[in-house]
Design a protein around this ligand. Sequence first.
Ligand code: FAD
Length: 318
Amino acid sequence: MAEVLVYVDHVDGAVRKPTLELLTLARRLGEPVALALGPGAEATAAVLAEHGAVKVLTADAPEFADYLVVPKVDALQAAHAAVSPAAVLLPSSAETKEIAARFALRTGSGLITDATDLEAGDDGPVATQAVFAAAYTTTSRVSQGTPVITVKPNSAPVEAAPAAGAVEALTVTFGELATGTKVVSRTPRESTGRPELTEAAIVVSGGRGVNGAENFGIIEALADSLGAAVGASRAAVDAGWYPHASQVGQTGKSVAPQLYIASGISGAIQHRAGMQTSKTIVAVNKDAEAPIFDLVDYGVVGDLFDVVPQLTEEIKNR
Ligand code: FAD
């Protein structure tokens, strides 16, 4: 059976959920070989094996310490040479998309980013993507080199599939560019205790209808009752009511959670671009004609200041 190389996103050995989702898809294409880099790489092996990795390649070096991209491309290239995989899969993020693009260029391979599904095809993996602000769904496949595909978080379930997970150290030779950039300072964002927006299974978003930073507490309370992340429309972000890091849409983040709840958001095309592939969409809007109602699974026509707190209470009481 063909091997499929899976790039592991982890923090000090704790594997992030999108990588486990990716293993579910990788198993459709062949035998997953995982590549874990940096501090804690070896500690990822057990959980990766539980989710189907037949082998875990690990490498740690000072070059990986500073979140720089080029050393990781060097490592991916070394893993590619060692494994000769049928495909290279990465969980989609700003960083991994840069790694994927650089790797694809170096190896003369075709690249597909932000896939939402993967199937095995006669001529290689077939990837599904939502394009043109999610107005169309396309299926494509790479016709040159090793298919390099990044997959959006929440595109597949996490499934247990115990495999050998043999750990093997990978030797990486770093090129000149690996140390061509230096991180001079790093300011961690204050933790809200909520899940990361792009990885969350549930996202609760507020828009202009929330009518002020002080009212976002209503949105946060609903989010907390569901263990959800908080998102915002650009109108809410531009007004300074919520941080830009929480903006959902064309110029914000793209999310595809199991459940997306939009309150006081009209459903402009640029907002839809970032949330239209959510599995279930619920909207609360006082205007029955708001375009958001064209794409919802469940819509509530009403004042969010009445509806959202009631919803929160109802969920808390369950
Ligand atoms: P509005 O369109 O003003 O809608 C507010 C809604 O709240 C209305 O439907 C209203 O009926 C409802 N409402 C008001 N009060 C209440 C209440 N008390 N209870 C219930 N409902 C209420 N937008 C994004 O979101 N993300 C992006 O990434 C993004 N990128 C853009 C990029 C470009 C190049 C451009 C040109 C625009 C972009 N926009 C983006 C902006 C986008 O076009 C819209 O202006 C924006 O999404 C509107 O935000 P909104 O729905 O919160 O506000």
